[in-house]
Ligand binder design. Structure first.
Ligand SMILES: O=c1ccn([C@@H]2O[C@H](COP(=O)(O)OP(=O)(O)O[C@H]3O[C@H](CO)[C@@H](O)[C@H](O)[C@H]3O)[C@@H](O)[C@H]2O)c(=O)[nH]1
Ligand SMILES: [Mn+2]
Length: 750
């Protein structure tokens, strides 16, 4: 009956036609297969290096099949908030989660801005509650939030009155730098007042951060005395309460710093997310939860409505576990020098996944269905939970808090839409219990329910865990885009992030929650599972590409070859050319520049052969139980006071002593030496004619040197723009060893 009344869906999926891309992708695949078959059938040239090249190229072919599969059927979602508003009389509650972990690497003013942008969302304020998890246990962060809540009382009405788009104040004031609305003196007056208040607010926080005015640890702040970042009891503070359930008031704002003890592993962000889930379960128990990192801000104030169009859709929304919004960045450095803006990955791969079982969970900008996080299966939404579990079993699974089990039962039964209490502070005591570090002991948290533990890329297995139960996911890409954030500002921080992802993802690949297991034993569809490999194989790509990068240098030194001679050489050359032309085309048609394309091409080589390579080995150490991996937090730049964003050296390559740079520099030096040897004619003599090194190897080596050009400059630069001397020495040693063993034929590949 109800179905007929609601005949128009809240959202539609439109499949994109990208025929030219399909043709080009297939053409490249054919060339790869040609190259492989040439290797198998070519007479008389079988050597061990050929065999290695064959293995690597087989891997590249597999990777290409994965990419081609992901890109094959892209889709976009069109949402209709007007239909939602017409037909859903009472909008559902949404709990908003923000995580922050370190007041130094993540300046509190950033998190405060994230929170302000969330408080000002265009959604009934009594349906929202904002929870901030602070793993840094920092009185500074708490102070910034308290101040933010005071400022919000003026800021939020201002945003709503003038329907501003940018509601994170630092974003707004860096875009709208003067009050110059000619027809509204009222606006100008309000603008000036707000600007003044915001400047005061940020100055206060800055003063405390710089310790110009010390923070008194009294009153509300007493709990922070005698705490250490890794050793302190739970702190739960309700900063703001919307007690009277007013829809144009302010959402609840709650600060949580979960208990930490030195002998308890806290599972990084995944642990924080689980605490947020439980505390919010007690206090508001919204059926949907939005998760944003502290370096992200709302860019489209209507985003909750858009996401609800998907999750609340009567037909196709029912089996959607989460809605993922793209990760995009403000003040991105021009032409993406570090390849960390991921524009094409979103456009092609993630839109492609959206046409399958849905995008992967990217860790931030995501709306979750609470019951899916709690382990429900999609068909149980309609038919009720299979075999209702008794309270005893639920306590085993969800932990010993009766209040929490109660709320979880409601959430699982879909009764969580209306809480019976508007005062979160009534639950502080229970909240302290569920945020304790021993609470999860023996439960299913982190294993089967909530955010999963064990990988420092917690997002991917968490999403997979839901999809393997048969849930789908969707992308939500309204205009303007939903959220924007800050991308790592330098090469070092980019590499740290890349290494962490590669390592975390490799652990996922070999673990219980790999896409392969999900395909075999769960409900992950074949093509969806295959598309996940695009992500989970990042680390694995490292060793293959490093090996493939070493081969041409080896060939040049030993005067041998891995590439065909004569007319067959056109196969690899055609591959190189068509791949590059095609990817250039992909950049140009979405409005990116040639420079941006080239920056991404070379970053792709650099990060795979260094950050992902190291990430792969750190995952191996973890998997073999030798060393654990740590979540290294990406450093965030605070809003610059000049309002202009980028500083002078934005985009310049910086280096440090990380092993990532040792690998990169070694590759550079090996190829420089190989070129030197070739140009001075110092290669070994080749007795069998036809086997000597040729054009193919020379082109490869030149291409690598072009990609590694920023490192070459780094060899001669000083300070943070130069590669540290110790790194150069280590790399030179490795490079010499490689060449020495090659030249003396120690590897004996023939
Ligand atoms: O012990 C920790 C460590 C991190 N975080 C938070 O996790 C978020 C992500 O950390 P960040 O250093 O910004 O990592 P990124 O590389 O930028 O994050 C990407 O990669 C992560 C997984 O590696 C995902 O969790 C993120 O959502 C995704 O944006 C931040 O809000 C941190 O405050 C914690 O709450 N506790
Ligand atoms: Mn981040």
């Amino acid at each position: 009956m109800a179905e007929q009344r609601y005949d128009l869906p809240f959202y539609e999926k439109i499949w994109l036609k990208r025929t030219f891309q399909r043709v080009m992708d297939t053409f490249i695949l054919v060339l790869l297969l040609l190259l492989l078959s040439y290797r198998v059938f070519s007479p008389n040239s079988f050597t061990f290096t050929w065999f290695l090249a064959f293995i690597c190229e087989s891997w590249f072919t597999f990777t290409w099949i994965v990419i081609l599969n992901s890109k094959w059927s892209p889709a976009v979602i069109i949402t209709h908030p007007d239909r939602l508003l017409q037909r859903v009389p009472e909008l559902p509650r949404v709990d908003l989660f923000v995580t922050t972990a370190d007041p130094v690497l993540e300046p509190p003013i950033i998190a405060a801005n994230t929170v302000l942008s969330l408080m000002a969302l265009d959604y009934p304020a009594n349906k929202l509650a904002c929870y901030v998890s602070d793993d840094g246990c920092s009185s500074l962060t708490f102070y910034a939030l308290v101040e933010a809540s005071l400022f919000a009382k003026h800021w939020v009405p201002f945003c709503k009155k003038y329907s501003l788009q940018l509601r994170a104040p630092f974003r707004y004031f860096s875009n709208v730098t003067t009050a110059n609305s000619e027809d509204s003196p009222q606006f100008n007056q309000d603008w000036l007042r707000m600007k003044d208040m915001y400047d005061n607010f940020s100055k206060k926080i800055e003063d405390v951060t710089r310790k110009q005015i010390p923070l008194q640890l009294d009153g509300e702040f007493t709990v922070f005395s005698n705490t250490e970042q890794r050793n302190h009891p739970t702190i739960v503070k309700v900063i703001l309460e919307n007690k009277n359930d007013i829809s144009d008031g302010l959402p609840h704002l709650i600060y949580i710093s979960r208990e930490k003890r030195t002998n308890h592993s806290h599972n990084y962000k995944a642990g924080a997310m689980n605490v947020l889930t439980r505390v919010s379960g007690l206090m508001t128990n919204a059926p949907f939860m939005l998760n944003v990192d502290c370096d992200m801000v709302v860019n489209n104030p209507k985003i909750v409505l858009h996401a609800m169009c998907i999750l609340m859709d009567f037909k196709s929304g029912k089996d959607v576990a989460f809605v993922q919004c793209f990760q995009q960045f403000y003040d991105g450095i021009k032409d993406d020098p570090f390849g960390n803006q991921w524009v094409t990955a979103f456009e092609y791969i993630i839109r492609g996944m959206a046409g399958l079982q849905g995008p992967y969970y990217g860790g931030t900008n995501t709306f979750h269905r609470r019951s899916a996080i709690y382990g429900l299966y999609p068909d149980e939404i309609e038919n009720g939970r299979k075999g209702k579990l008794g309270e005893r079993i639920l306590i085993q699974q969800f932990g010993s808090s009766k209040e929490f089990v109660n709320s979880a039962t409601k959430a699982l039964d879909g009764k969580a839409y209306f809480p019976n209490d508007n005062s979160p502070s009534n639950f502080t005591e229970a909240a302290v219990q569920v945020a304790g570090c021993g609470y999860e002991y023996g439960t299913l948290w982190g294993k089967k329910i909530g955010w999963l533990y064990g990988s420092i890329s917690e997002d991917v297995p968490t999403g997979l865990n839901m999809q393997r139960r048969g849930w789908r996911s969707e992308c939500c890409t309204p205009n303007p885009i939903a959220f924007t954030g800050c991308a790592p500002g330098g090469l070092s921080s980019t590499m740290v992030q890349q290494k962490r992802w590669a390592s975390g993802i490799t652990v996922v690949f070999f673990g219980k929650h790999s896409p392969l297991m999900g395909m075999l034993f769960g409900k992950i569809q074949f093509r969806a599972g295959l598309s996940y490999f695009w992500l989970t194989n990042w680390g694995l790509r490292g060793p293959f590409e490093v090996c493939y990068a070493a081969l041409p240098a080896y060939c040049i030194v030993t005067n041998t070859n891995i590439f065909p001679k004569g007319p067959s050489l056109w196969i690899p050359i055609a591959l190189l050319v068509s791949y590059n032309v095609h990817s250039l085309f992909e950049y140009l048609i979405i409005g990116l520049s040639i420079r941006c394309w080239w920056n991404n091409q070379r970053m792709c080589i650099m990060r795979t052969t260094s950050a992902w390579f190291i990430g792969f080995w750190s995952a191996m150490l973890k998997l073999s139980g030798i060393a654990d991996t740590v979540f290294e937090i990406t450093e965030k730049e605070g809003p610059s006071s000049d309002g202009g964003g980028n500083n002078g050296d934005a985009g310049k390559f910086t280096f440090d002593k990380s092993p990532v740079f040792v690998v990169g520099t070694t590759i550079l030096l090996v190829h420089l030496m190989a070129m030197f040897i070739k140009l001075w004619g110092l290669q070994l003599q080749q007795i069998d004619s036809g086997k000597e090194c040729g054009l193919g190897e020379f082109i490869s080596s030149t291409y690598l040197l072009l990609c590694y050009w920023p490192y070459l400059k780094g060899l001669f630069a000083r300070g943070k723009y130069g590669i540290p001397l110790s790194t150069i020495c280590k790399s030179a040693l490795f490079a010499f060893l490689f060449l020495y063993f090659s030249a003396t034929n120690t590897f004996n590949f023939h």
